[in-house]
Design a protein around this ligand. Structure first.
Ligand SMILES: [Mg+2]
Ligand SMILES: [Zn+2]
Length: 186
């Protein structure tokens, strides 16, 4: 079992912008009422919490850099997420986000490993005891670059993402976060 489970947010915990559609403002989660949990994802986080591992979120949030949303808006969305988790006796131990636009060339926007490295450093857990669960190829690339186990969930995705992930060497592929957590906790 992993000591630290890192989760992408959109497409893993809640519904998000379809990965293969070009950037589309309507698809971003810009307000708490647009944050819609994927079935069983919150219960899966609660089960991970109960097992004693740490659970943190690593999420690209370029709408901040694009001027579509403030950091306060993001905090409001995350307060909403934390409240939804509390209702099922779950919690998130940390949230790491990249506010930058792709053209800013930062070191934290996935597929760069900066967010994942910051999380592992903060929790004091080595990459060998950490996994990162994501729904996009860029998540898998970030996990591989950070040296932790890449885990793909197919929530809302087509077969191409799965094939490309397999080509990258991703061995852990599940239908959704709940299915992944079941295997982690087995
Ligand atoms: Mg995602
Ligand atoms: Zn960044």
């Amino acid at each position: 079992m992993y000591r630290l489970v890192l989760l992408d947010r959109d497409g893993v915990i809640n519904r998000g912008r379809p990965a293969r559609r070009p950037a589309h403002p309507d698809g971003y989660v810009l307000a708490p009422d647009a944050w819609l949990p994927i079935p069983r994802s919150l219960e899966a986080i609660a089960a991970l919490n109960a097992s004693g591992c740490s659970v943190a979120v690593c999420t690209n949030q370029s709408p901040i850099g694009r001027g579509m949303m403030s950091e306060g808006d993001l905090t409001a969305i995350h307060d909403h997420m934390r409240a939804a988790l509390r209702a099922v006796h779950g919690h998130i131990d940390g949230i790491f986000f990249c506010p930058h636009r792709p053209d800013e060339g930062c070191g934290c926007r996935k597929p760069k490993p900066g967010l994942l490295q910051a999380a592992m450093r903060d929790f004091g857990v080595p990459a060998g005891a950490t996994c990162f669960v994501g729904d996009m190829l860029s998540d898998m690339e970030a996990a591989i670059a950070a040296g932790c186990e890449p885990v793909l969930v197919l929530t809302g995705h087509d077969d191409a993402t799965e094939l490309e992930a397999r080509a990258l060497g991703v061995r852990h592929i599940y239908a959704d976060l709940a299915a992944a957590a079941e295997v982690f906790l087995a």
